[in-house]
Design a protein around this ligand. Structure first.
Ligand SMILES: Cc1cc2nc3c(=O)[nH]c(=O)nc-3n(C[C@H](O)[C@H](O)[C@H](O)COP(=O)(O)O)c2cc1C
Length: 433
């Protein structure tokens, strides 16, 4: 059976629409990878590789400028599909309309300042811009450019326009740019853009109307470390994977995300503003600051209840014939209770986590009441779930008495269920003060 429609229309570019692209290709999610003319075009090769190797049928649509950086042969060989920049090839197949119509997601990576401007204004002077106008699927832009270009009011207004229309525009990363410059505008890690696209595809048609668009969400992840001396600390087993899954899924639902990362050794999710903290006291400070204009705060980090009363500035030494001195502990601030009690915004939703070993639901209900948050995600500590695992299983308890069990599955599935509950509760964005 041949692939219907236009996914493999351009025989003139040497690809045969024959037996090799049969039932398999029909079932594969169809991704259009638009590549515009930025220096980061070479990084899009890795994104393409990840997409094809994970079973996506990818049609690369570069701009003429993009071909100055990476040639059509590379895109065609890596994607296994024909490549064209303009609307005049295989006109009988009307590629300027069909490529967009048949896509499950369109990803423009890198998106130049020029491409954002064209897309915001609906220009259609090449195959990619035509495709953007005909796509009815979710559209993702991964901008990359110099900081000055990114910060220019024209670019910012174009980004705002695209977001208002439902496009997902990934915030660029901060870091090394072309040449010796550093700043905001860097192309995010292709592996993380891939994860972002995977989340968007997982949401299907819902991703075309991002339900967290225009919302600022704060997520904490990882585990605090309370130092005893310059080489030792009291810590916990939290890997940060659940919090990072929450940040990644919120970004793919259109939110502006601040991730408060406590000692997690994980790559920064694409489009997420990562603030690194070490101790509970630092996490409190960062959380209160970020929460000031947040629509929702999800505290997934494991926060130490206690910290050593004193910090030894030199390494505590073992002394012959002497027993170690006991470690005196003091209470850490209760960040979740404080965030729940003093909300800087009306309608702000506060979510806590509880990891329990026994009487899971009863302990969870008691904690929810004690902390005063809106939702509490209770998970049982166990093998293959919670700490360090890729999977989790939980019950989301609501202050309204609701109880939503989430079966064993990827942490991202639990994250999406938590955001579903948040979306249901989050009010219009109104300042409390
Ligand atoms: C070496 C070089 C690197 C460039 N890098 C970028 C970039 O990273 N981001 C950007 O927006 N424009 C960049 N440009 C400018 C674009 O190539 C230029 O605006 C072009 O018209 C974009 O066309 P397109 O949007 O149709 O691909 C670069 C240009 C050159 C010569």
């Amino acid at each position: 059976m041949l692939l219907p429609g236009l996914w493999c229309v351009m025989e003139s570019y040497g690809h045969e629409c024959g037996e090799a692209r049969t039932v398999d290709a029909v079932d594969k999610p169809k991704v259009v990878l638009g590549v515009s003319g930025g220096i980061a075009a070479y990084k899009a090769c890795e994104l393409l590789r990840r997409l094809t190797e994970s079973g996506h049928d990818v049609r690369v649509v570069p701009t003429d400028a993009a071909l100055h950086f990476v040639g059509a042969a590379t895109w065609s060989a890596l994607s296994g599909n024909p490549v064209s920049t303009e609307v005049w090839d295989s006109v009988h197949e009307v590629p300027h309309v069909r490529i967009g119509q048949h896509a499950d997601v369109v990803v423009v990576a890198p998106a130049t300042a020029d491409m954002l401007a064209k897309a915001a204004h609906g220009l259609a002077d090449d195959l990619l811009t035509n495709t953007l106008l005909t796509a009815r699927c979710p559209v993702v832009f991964a901008p990359a450019m110099h900081t000055e270009m990114w910060e220019h009011p024209a670019t910012q207004e174009n980004v705002a326009t695209l977001r208002r229309r439902g496009a997902l525009v990934i915030e660029p990363a901060v870091g090394r740019l072309t040449g010796v410059d550093t700043g905001k505008g860097r192309f995010p890690d292709p592996a993380e853009i891939f994860e972002y696209v995977r989340r968007v595809l997982a949401r299907g048609a819902a991703a075309a109307a991002p339900d967290l668009a225009g919302k600022h969400v704060v997520v904490s992840a990882g585990g605090t470390r309370e130092p005893l001396d310059p080489v030792r600390f009291l810590g916990n087993r939290s890997s940060g994977k659940q919090g990072y899954a929450l940040a990644r899924t919120a970004a793919a639902r259109g939110a502006r995300v601040t991730l408060l990362s406590a000692n997690a050794a994980l790559p920064d999710p694409a489009g997420v503003d990562v603030v690194r903290v070490g101790t509970a006291v630092q996490l409190r400070e960062a959380a209160l600051k970020a929460a000031a204009d947040a629509d929702a705060v999800v505290m997934a980090a494991a926060v130490a209840d206690f910290r050593p009363e004193t910090y030894a500035t030199g390494k505590i030494k073992k002394k012959d014939g002497q027993e170690p001195a006991p470690v005196a502990l003091v209470r850490n601030p209760d960040i979740l209770a404080e965030l729940s009690a003093d909300r800087p915004r009306l309608g702000q939703v506060v979510v806590g986590f509880a990891a329990e070993t026994d009487d899971v639901l009863a302990n969870g209900r008691a904690k929810l009441a004690r902390k005063g948050c809106d939702l509490l995600v209770v998970n049982e500590v166990g093998e293959r779930k919670t700490f360090g695992s890729e999977e989790n299983e939980a019950v989301i308890l609501g202050a309204d008495g609701s109880e939503s069990p989430v079966p064993y599955g990827p942490k991202e599935a639990l994250a999406d269920r938590i955001w579903d509950e948040v979306v249901r509760r989050v009010g219009p964005t109104v300042n409390a003060g």
